[in-house]
Design a protein. Structure first.
Length: 252
């Protein structure tokens, strides 16, 4: 699995869903003018951009382990302190933000409890630490049509259902295990309109994340068969796809 891809490739794959989710997530965390925030696992900057709109560039910091994502985020938001690093060892001092947020990243952390624990460390008393992950366990992520089709062709493929934090209970457990208090959670639904099958399908061909890896592993013949199954199910377009994410927050 890799995220060592260009920021634009990730945007075409997931940004179309993560941008509207990020706005809802910021609402859930009650991000307000005058606060300072850290975007952990910022990627190309879906949540970073929302935070900049609400707090200004000087009030936002961001970190991601992927060099291409860090470069893209820096280019897009020149006023933001964007650093390359892992969630499990954040390159920021203790108690330096009011909000620490991880948008669609906790389930990819090497050690989610340690990563959220670091988010707690850099957050001031009384602040918010929050995370959001698609409902992977319930097959309600944006990638659900792809995984359903993969299961038809390769029933043994694990998909993403087993990712830690990919259920409401699992996400809450991670925050609580990291030492957060007053943890609460909710569901957020996002609907995206796709003008054509090709617009929806093309981003899956660039090897982004587990879904991109699964498509690449099928080889040319397997990809053709997968595309046939998906086109039969989704049609030529336009069509809407809805996805559900869990959001959770707690106090340090």
């Amino acid at each position: 699995m890799t995220f060592d891809v260009a920021g634009d490739a990730y945007d075409r794959f997931m940004g179309r869903y993560s941008r509207p989710l990020a706005a809802r997530f910021a609402d859930w965390l009650e991000v307000a003018p005058g606060q300072e925030a850290i975007d952990v696992g910022c990627g190309p900057g879906a949540l970073t951009g929302v935070l900049v709109e609400r707090l200004g560039g000087g009030g936002v910091r961001a970190v991601d382990p992927s060099a291409p994502f860090v470069e893209t985020c820096r280019e897009r938001f020149p006023g933001v302190d964007v650093r390359q690093g892992a969630a499990e060892s954040l390159p920021f001092e203790d108690a330096t933000c009011d909000v620490a947020a991880a948008c669609l990243v906790v389930h990819f952390m090497t050690d989610p409890v340690a990563g959220v624990g670091e988010m707690r460390r850099v957050t001031r008393p009384g602040g918010r630490v929050g995370a959001t992950v698609w409902d992977l366990a319930g097959s309600r992520a944006p990638m659900w049509p792809l995984w359903d089709a993969v299961a038809e062709l390769e029933p043994q493929h694990p998909g993403e259902r087993g990712f830690r934090g990919g259920s409401r209970t699992g996400l809450v457990e991670i925050l609580e295990a990291a030492g957060l208090r007053d943890v609460e959670s909710a569901e957020v639904e996002v609907t995206v309109s796709h003008p054509s099958f090709e617009e929806w399908w093309e981003p899956y061909l660039h090897g982004v994340g587990p879904a991109g890896d699964a498509v690449a592993a099928l080889g040319p013949d397997g990809r053709r068969r997968l595309e046939e199954v998906l086109r039969r199910r989704l049609g030529d377009g336009p069509f809407d796809l809805s996805a559900v994410a869990y959001v959770a927050r707690g106090r340090p």
